[in-house]
Design a protein around this ligand. Structure first.
Ligand code: SF4
Length: 458
């Protein structure tokens, strides 16, 4: 197992950034004396030679899109190398353990998985042959504090292959790090609580800084803190940002934080801006207090308005994200959301794909146990890794499909966000029998707020 390439770590999709979920396991394995190969099928072709050399192929599935792609990768791996052990790891692995272990995987691991992956390699190493059925499976999330090495990025495709940051109309290379993992909250629609159970783990500042350094040396001028919520540990976050700014004063960064945290930490936002924060992603999800209560988001519509104001006042550009299609969101809610976006000058702050996001209910979701979902819930969709649900107003399901097709086509054509917004609103107005309104007029050649070039998919 210690020969080069006997372990192959495969990334499928990590929101367009260089896959940290491969770089970290690679570092843990290298520290233990292994020499893993890596493959990122989001930017590289499937490599049958690498697969043929591997005795263990570990496929990273931190998000739903990655899982769907990963299932296809596993089938190709199995066909190319039937004897190798296939492990799925990441948030969506244990959530879908039953399906994966029945069809595609020999092991599944979620949570703080890196040391467990090393353990799996050792177990396979000890066995006379890496027979897939003989190795252990670990269907329960691993929640132990790890001794983090610096992620190993040398073998990964160059940063130039990944999402860039757009600032002041220029595209520049962007780094991706995580200063914490997991989350202390229990939003019902989120895949993190069923895995982390309200816990989060901080990564030492020195490790994060060293990871930033190697990406700055590769050309990055901006850092995304990909923590599920950067402000879960506000003290750690602030120390991290201060250390980052002290080491790299010209670097800018973005982070993700929930509305509730933005309000609780509003006094700290100006300092984060001075330290380099240029934009902040926040999962607003809905403007309907009914929907927000069902999702157990911990904020209200009024809080969203207040958080947007606080973030902007600090000099940070907000980038709210939404789940416009839930069983409880009405057509009026949808049109209200679009009006809100225009009224609050957010058209350029929202990737149009956001207007199409439909609530995802994976196995293990806390929503499954929520009575308000029961009347709408259908069966688990075979091979798609989520439960079907149906809106009580059939127009909403039709609208969801039509908007999804519209924004995908618009993204392919790189249509201006304002034009796409206008077309989506026209569609919703027509469905409601209301007079169509013109698209918002935004000045041509305007400077758009900072953003990453990869639209947000879950
Ligand atoms: S705060 Fe964010 S990361 Fe945490 S449970 Fe809620 S949606 Fe998930």
């Amino acid at each position: 197992m210690k020969e080069p390439g006997a372990i192959l770590l495969v990334a499928c999709y990590e929101l367009g950034h260089q896959p940290l979920a491969v770089a970290w396991p690679a570092a843990f394995l290298e520290r233990a004396g292994y020499a893993p190969a890596v493959l990122d099928v989001s930017v590289e072709p499937f490599d049958a030679e690498k697969v043929a050399r591997a005795r263990l192929v570990a496929i990273s599935v931190p998000m739903h899109t990655a899982l769907r792609l990963g299932a296809g990768v596993a089938a190709r791996v199995r066909a190319a190398n039937p004897r190798c052990h296939i492990a799925f790891y990441g948030l969506y692995a244990t959530l879908n353990a039953d399906d994966l272990l029945a069809h595609a995987a020999d092991s599944v691991l979620s949570g703080e998985v890196e040391q467990a992956l090393v353990g799996l390699a050792r177990d396979l190493d000890r066995s006379a042959e890496a027979a897939s059925t003989e190795a252990p499976s670990l269907p329960r999330p691993v929640l132990e504090k790890l001794d983090f090495p610096v992620p190993s990025r040398a073998q990964l495709p160059a940063l130039t292959r990944y999402a860039h940051v757009e600032k002041h109309g220029r595209l520049e290379l962007s780094a991706y790090v995580e200063a914490s993992r997991g989350c202390k909250h229990f939003c019902r629609h989120c895949p993190i609580p069923p895995v982390y159970g309200g816990r989060f783990f901080v990564v030492p500042e020195a490790v994060v800084l060293a990871d930033v350094r190697q990406q700055v040396e590769a050309g990055a001028t901006h850092v995304t803190f990909g923590d599920p919520d950067f402000l879960n540990g506000p003290g750690h976050a602030l120390r991290m940002a201060r250390a980052l700014h002290a080491a790299f004063p010209a670097l800018t960064f973005d982070f993700t934080a929930k509305v509730e945290h933005l309000l609780l930490q509003r006094d700290r936002l100006p300092e984060l801006a001075r330290l380099g924060a240029i934009f902040c992603v926040t999962a607003a999800e809905s403007l309907s207090d009914t929907v927000l209560a069902h999702l157990d988001k911990g904020h209200t519509r009024v809080d969203i308005v207040e958080a947007l104001r606080a973030v902007r006042a600090a000099g940070i550009a907000p980038r709210p994200t939404w789940v416009p299609f839930t069983p409880w969101s009405t057509l009026d809610d949808y049109r209200d959301l679009l009006d809100f976006v225009e009224c609050h000058e957010l058209v350029d702050a929202i990737d149009p794909v956001q207007y199409s996001i439909r609530l995802l209910v994976p196995p293990g979701s806390l929503l499954r146990e929520h009575g308000a979902l029961t009347p709408h819930l259908g069966a688990l969709t075979e091979g798609a890794f989520h439960y079907r649900w149906t809106h009580p107003d059939p127009r909403m399901d039709r609208l969801a499909g039509a908007v999804a097709a519209l924004v995908a086509e618009a993204a392919d054509r790189r249509e201006d966000a304002a034009a796409t917004f206008g077309r989506v609103r026209r569609m919703a107005d027509e469905l409601a029998g209301a007079p169509a309104r013109p698209a918002p007029v935004l000045p041509p050649g305007r400077e758009r707020p900072p953003r990453l070039t990869e639209p947000w998919f879950c």
